[in-house]
Design a protein around this ligand. Structure first.
Ligand code: SF4
Length: 111
């Protein structure tokens, strides 16, 4: 799925957690073998601490979550992000920071 010419950090595939729905049962953290999630002591919630450990194309944790609090990008979002990266690469400019989906970093709680 990822374009071999694009570094993993530029490929916007990682889960986001809807904290309005999440029941903090930590199933995602215990389920994923790639250490994408960590437990945040201050809030008692899971966070997406290592988004680029996520395996492109995998959506297993979203399938596992019983309250459907985890979201992975849509095909359209991935295509748009890749178009931006390629355009910036052609223009000789570097993408600024981490590519964001929905305007927030993966570990930031949704409003
Ligand atoms: S999509 Fe797969 S690899 Fe990524 S965090 Fe979920 S279970 Fe782990």
């Amino acid at each position: 799925m990822p374009d071999p010419g694009i570094p993993r950090e530029k490929f916007p595939w990682f889960p986001t957690i809807d904290y309005g729905v999440c029941i903090s049962d930590l199933h995602c953290l215990n389920f994923c073998a790639h250490e994408v999630f960590e437990w945040q002591k201050e809030t008692g919630r899971p966070i997406v601490a290592h988004p680029y450990n996520c395996v492109p194309g995998c959506d297993s944790c979203a399938q596992e979550c019983e309250v459907q609090a985890i979201r992975l990008p849509s095909k359209q979002e991935v295509q748009e992000a890749l178009r931006r990266v390629r355009a910036e690469s052609r223009n000789g400019t570097q993408p600024k920071g981490i590519l964001r989906m929905g305007g927030r970093l993966p570990s930031e709680p949704a409003e």
